[in-house]
Each structure stands twice: as C-alpha cells, then as structure tokens.
Design a binder for this molecule. Structure first.
Ligand SMILES: *Cc1c(COP(=O)(O)O)cnc(C)c1O
Length: 507
C-alpha cells in the first residue's frame, strides 16, 4: 500500500524525464496556414468552419511559440500530429459549455450553488414543446386579441392557494421588491426586528426596502415583538405591514412573534394591507409526507394576508420564479406598477412553471412526479441499500488509497428552507489510507478528481472523510460509469490531477 505522500512525490518523476527530452526552437513551429492545411485539420474545418478553427490554431501556435522561446517546448510537441491533436482539443474546449450537469452528492436537496430545484419531466417536456415554435404567450386564443402572460398561470395559482388573484416575476427577491414598491413607495413599512433577514447574494430586507423607495420602520426586539409594537408604530405615513418568514435561521428560547391572523386584524383595522414573504413556501403540507412542516401560502392567505410571496425554485420544485398571490386589489396595484414590466418572467420559465404547478392538481402523484418532493421523501433505509450496492465498485475504484464504508448521514433540504431540520440519509464515506500525515491533501486530491470527471461529482469533506450522500443519486449508472475514470485519475496521482485541470472539458 503506497502512502499518499509518496504517490504525490512520485509524480515528479515524469516531469524530470521531460527535462531530458530535446527542446524545440520557435522556428520549428509551422505557420498558421500550414497547420490548417494538414490533412487531418480538414475534418475540423469542415465541421466548424474557418473562423473558429483558424482562431484556435493561431492561439495555439502563439502559446507554443512562447513556450519555445522560454525553452520549455519539447521537440515532440511540434510534430504535426501533436499539433493537430492539441488543436482538436482546443476547439472542443472552446465549444464546451460553462454550465454543465453535475452529480449532487452533497446531501442538500435544493442546493443553491447546484441549480436549486430539479425540473420535473413534465416541465421539461412542456418547456421544449413551447420553445420549439410560436405560442400564445400573450395572445387570447378565444377572442383572437392581445392576451396577458400572467393568465397562463394565474388560475392555477388561485386554485392551488385559494387567493383571489396572482401574478409572477423572475424570482422571489423581485417579488418582494415589487410588492413593497407597488404598495408602499415613499411611505412606511412596519417590520419586526426579528425578521430583518439577509439571504444569500446580498438580499437584505432593509436594503430591499430602500431599493423599493420605502421607509423601513423596525418594531420590537430581535427575540420578541408584540401586537402593541405594531399598533404603536402605525402612523399617517404607514402603507404596509410586513412579515418575513425567517427561512434561514431560527430564533429560539425567550421569543414571541405576532402571527399573521393577529397582524391582519391590526392592519385591517387601520385600512392597511399585510404582506408576508415566505421565501420557500410549500404548496403542500410537508408533514403529510413525513417531513418537517413549512408554512404554506394557503394558510397565510386564510389567516388574512393580502399578499404572499414565495419562490418557484425552492420547495415548489419549479423554475426560478417569484410568485405573488393575494387579494384582487393588492395584486392589481402590483401588476400595474411599472417595475412589473422590468421584472416580468420570460416564456422559458413560465412554460416550466405552468407544467410544474399543474402537477399539484394531482397531489397523490406529487411524490412521484416532482423531483424535489421525490428526493426529499426518499427513505434513509432505501438510500442505505443503494449505498451498500455501490460500495464494492466504489471501493475498488479508489483502492488502495482510500477505504470506503457505508455510513448514516444527515442531509438538508437546502435553500434556506427549514434550516434547523436535518434529513436522515445515508451514503459512502471515503477515508485516506496511509496515516494522518497527508490525509488532508489526499482528500483534496480525491475531491478534485471527483470534480474533474466528465460528469463532475460534488460531495463534501467532513471529519477527515469525503462523504457522498446518495439521497439525490437517482441515476446510479451515470455515477458508476465514471468509476474507471476516477480510478485512473487517482492511480496517476498528482500527474493525473494536473492533467485533468488542463484537459479539455467534456460536454
Ligand atoms: C429565498 C428567499 C428569498 C428570495 O427568493 P429567490 O427566489 O431566491 O429570489 C426572499 N425571501 C426569503 C425569506 C427567502 O428565503
């Protein structure tokens, strides 16, 4: 068994051998035209045209010339076959997308950095069908005149939430901004100090208020806010009372908050509207699926909220979108506000959103058809069974450098939903063999090799192990098919890691 340290040291050997190879001079390199006339380049030119291939050939030869001037270019690299191979790789690299599919083995289901909610098959199919040609995005097929894109999802949203009216924008941050601007511009909005949230990406409630042109009036304290705090703060300039669901933290201990029902009474007694930002907001009762409860827009509307905002790509399991549901009067003001046009949804997510919402009309099928709910409701025992099945193949791919075992894990829902709740899960733990010294480096190398696979695999490092939580692994074959590539990346140690970083990205 080779300890990790010696493997990394061993990687120096091929580099040293290279030093002995004869060097190429700048004059040994062909001109761009000559490289383009190589018979094997004809196929590349035929497929991609002159502009791209010639551009890459120029850049390649320039880089090689620099290396030659520095005395770092091996003679073998100026051979036509080597240059053609490098050119083919450069063209492939240029055409490979930056946005790529990955395998999420972090254990966080709605992972903000990994694209949040996965779209349902129905949503992808509808999206594809609608984008393939013209559609009635803003055309009234019954009357033959101009239509409104909101009408594509409004009735679905009112049916599902019990709201009188609904509208949609690009994301929930936009929904909150638009709601405040439309209902309280140049006026005051009262919010509890315990609810002045910051979510990722510089979205802070006080800043959003300012951007919307409203004045924030904070009431209560961080841990306790009472009805009379709101009542006392209401004045001539008050336009809106607002509650914000503290989706990414929990205040525990000596706490008190005013719920929507009570706040609605206070607001309505003064003729003011009440808005609630739910952040995630689930359209179904998650407790019925054995998951921790999360507030629903339905119950907030029933409690008397005039506007409820929530995300399309968190627990809802759809595309990025900001959903605004509420009373006819409030939604009409929001829809008429000029900012709405700037924040309106494009036809792509709108098509996906409609198909996603339609899945909710069949709640009994939801845990099957909606990937977010399907992954969240996967039983830890089933995930453990999968881990046990994959163990031998993974173990042999990473042997002899890492030991692999099946472990119980705790995952997360993610995207700020239910931050203190954890999902019992299972997976594989990969531990470096060969002693504590160099273990951190070996783990980093393993994580890099996993990320360097054609379908990058993202796990997490904790307690000197690399953990692969299998909750989100539905296509196990896509993962196991890459194990030979992982084995060879690890087998070649430092050299392989370097090679991976430099080799073209694969689509
Ligand atoms: C996530 C979140 C938002 C923003 O939603 P996006 O859809 O990401 O723009 C706003 N408010 C709360 C409370 C959130 O949790």
């Amino acid at each position: 068994m080779r300890p990790a340290e010696s493997v990394v040291d061993g990687s120096k050997a091929p580099g040293d051998a290279k030093q002995a190879e004869p060097r190429a001079e700048p004059k040994d390199l062909p001109a761009v035209d000559r490289l383009l006339r190589e018979p094997e380049v004809a196929a590349l030119l035929h497929e991609h045209g002159h502009t791209l291939v010639a551009g890459e050939a120029r850049a390649l030869l320039e880089a090689r010339r620099g290396e030659a001037v520095a005395g770092r270019l091996a003679a073998s690299e100026v051979a036509p076959a080597a240059l053609v191979r490098a050119l083919r790789q450069a063209v492939a690299h240029r055409l490979a997308p930056n946005l790529r599919a990955v395998i999420n083995l972090t254990g966080t289901v709605i992972h903000t950095n990994l694209g949040r909610a996965l779209l349902a098959d129905a949503a992808m199919q509808h999206l594809l069908a609608m984008m393939a040609g013209p559609n009635n995005l803003e055309y009234d097929l019954a009357g033959g005149g101009r239509g409104d894109r909101d009408s594509i999802v409004e009735e679905l949203l009112t049916t599902l939430t019990g709201a009188e009216a609904a509208t949609v924008v690009n994301n929930n941050a936009a929904a909150v901004l638009l709601t405040i601007a439309a209902l309280a511009r140049e006026k005051e909005v009262i919010v509890s100090r315990g609810e002045l949230v910051e979510i990722g990406g510089a979205f802070r409630m006080p800043d959003v208020m300012a951007a919307a042109g409203a004045k924030l009036v904070e009431v209560g304290t961080t841990n306790r806010t009472h009805p009379h705090d709101y009542e006392r703060a209401i004045g001539e300039r008050t336009a809106l009372l607002m509650k914000v669901h503290t989706s990414n933290y929990a205040i525990q201990g000596f706490t008190s908050a005013v719920d929507e029902a009570e706040l609605a009474r206070i607001a309505h007694a003064k003729g003011l509207p009440l808005a609630t930002d739910l952040g995630s907001g689930s359209l179904v009762d998650l407790a019925a699926h054995g998951l921790p409860r999360e507030p629903t827009p339905q119950e907030k509307l029933a409690a008397g909220c005039d506007v409820v905002t929530f995300s399309g790509d968190k627990l809802l399991g759809g595309p990025q979108a900001g959903l605004i549901v509420g009373s006819k009067a409030a939604i009409a003001r929001i829809r008429k506000f000029p900012l709405k046009r700037a924040l309106r949804m494009s036809k792509l997510p709108l098509a996906a959103l409609e198909a996603t919402l339609r899945l909710y009309l069949r709640p009994e099928r939801l845990a099957r058809d909606l990937p977010t709910l399907r992954l969240l409701t996967r039983q830890a025992s089933d995930i453990r069974t999968l881990a046990t099945q994959l163990l031998p193949e993974v173990a042999s791919a990473v042997a002899p450098r890492f030991a692999v075992e099946v472990v119980d894990l705790l995952g997360q829902i993610g995207s700020g939903s239910l931050p203190v709740e954890q999902l019992p899960s299972a997976g594989l733990a990969l531990s470096p063999l060969g002693g504590k010294k160099g273990a951190g480096r070996a783990l980093d190398e393993l994580a890099t090799a996993l990320r360097g696979l054609p379908l990058p695999v993202i796990g997490r490092i904790a307690d000197d192990r690399l953990l692969l939580d299998l909750r989100c692994l539905e296509d196990a074959r896509a993962f196991t098919a890459q194990l030979p590539a992982l084995a060879s990346a690890l087998g070649a140690a430092g050299v392989a890691t370097k090679g991976l970083a430099e080799s073209p990205r694969q689509a």
